[in-house]
Design a binder for this molecule. Structure first.
Ligand SMILES: NC(=O)c1ccc[n+]([C@@H]2O[C@H](COP(=O)([O-])OP(=O)(O)OC[C@H]3O[C@@H](n4cnc5c(N)ncnc54)[C@H](OP(=O)(O)O)[C@@H]3O)[C@@H](O)[C@H]2O)c1
Length: 283
């Protein structure tokens, strides 16, 4: 296996855009702007170059503020956000997208996703058409979807020739979503893994613990490394500076084929391993 580094990127299909292989998630409840700015600044300082926000998280401004305060060049940081719901027609939905770009305040976003497919065929089409318009006017460098199943991805082909660049789904050893992952790989769609460390709920799993001990790393590092070795783009979230650092310190060890197989064997049937209510298994 070629050695990974924190600077690694993947090309996004049908765009000149490259996505950093690890992202920093900023989902929080309740939202706290000051803490989000602090966490993003810590992440950028530690080498993350990709932040994943959403309208729903109510911290788009904070993410933009952190990027500005970081002193990094705009083009060196990849910022992604997500639209939560359609507004009734394409123009109004486009206004909602533009409002996000304005709140973030960095001129453009690198990736804009539809957060969930739950708004039905009409709502999904409205959001996709608005995203295509936003992309053509320069507000988003690339566009994609989240929590989409195969049927939702196939539906887009009925009204658009633009393939989503990304599908962001819940992915970890207990929820592997193999059908949609294989479909995305066939279609050249980059798969992002949300909740990659299962919100720390599996840190006591005996296999994870023994693999972590064998490499002198943490359970979270094992799970992030599994995600990278599977070819996903993991988006670990933390507000703790030490964990922000260690979650991105996953480049000087490698899981063996046997360790990968042990983790691959954790998948629970029928989406039982899901922890997020928006994932395709729960819709
Ligand atoms: N598209 C969607 O529908 C969707 C849904 C869910 C999430 N997401 C995205 O994916 C990102 C990550 O997912 P997530 O936030 O659900 O879960 P996650 O990244 O798997 O886990 C985050 C939780 O684990 C804790 N944690 C982080 N690092 C740790 C470590 N090294 N050891 C022990 N605990 C640790 C964090 O607490 P501390 O902060 O205290 O460290 C936090 O409670 C989100 O922030 C969001 O950007 C997208």
């Amino acid at each position: 296996m070629p050695k990974f580094t924190i600077q690694d990127v993947l090309p996004l299909p049908h765009t000149p855009v490259k996505i950093p292989r690890i992202g920093f998630g900023v989902y929080r409840d309740p939202p706290n702007q000051a803490e989000c700015v602090k966490s993003c600044l810590a992440a950028l300082k530690m080498g993350y170059r990709h932040i994943d926000t959403a309208q729903l998280y109510e911290n788009e401004e904070a993410v933009g503020e952190a990027v500005r305060q970081s002193g990094l060049k705009r083009s060196d940081v990849f910022v992604a956000t997500k639209i939560w719901k359609p507004e009734g027609n394409v123009e109004k939905t486009l206004d909602s997208l533009r409002a996000s770009v304005k709140r973030i305040g960095l001129g453009w976003v690198d990736l804009f996703l539809i957060h969930t497919p739950t708004s039905g065929p009409g709502g999904r089409r409205e959001m996709w058409e608005a995203l295509e318009k936003l992309k053509s006017e320069g507000g988003a460098k690339s566009i994609g979807v989240s929590n989409y199943g195969v049927n939702h991805l196939e539906e887009i082909k009925g009204y658009s020739r633009t393939t989503p660049a990304v599908n962001q789904i819940e992915l970890h050893p207990w929820l592997q979503q193999r059908e949609i992952v294989n479909h995305c790989s066939k279609e050249g769609i980059v798969v992002e893994a949300y909740s990659p460390i299962v919100r720390a709920q599996k840190n006591d799993d005996p296999d994870v613990v023994s693999i972590a001990e064998a490499h002198s790393v943490t359970p979270a590092q094992v799970l992030i490394r599994w995600s990278l070795q599977k070819g996903f783009v993991p988006l670990p979230k933390s507000d703790n500076p030490e964990r922000i650092k260690s979650n991105a310190d996953v480049y000087d060890f490698e899981l063996s084929d046997e360790e990968m197989e042990r983790l691959n064997g954790k998948a629970l049937p029928g989406g039982e391993g899901a922890i997020c209510p928006y994932n395709v298994n729960c819709l």
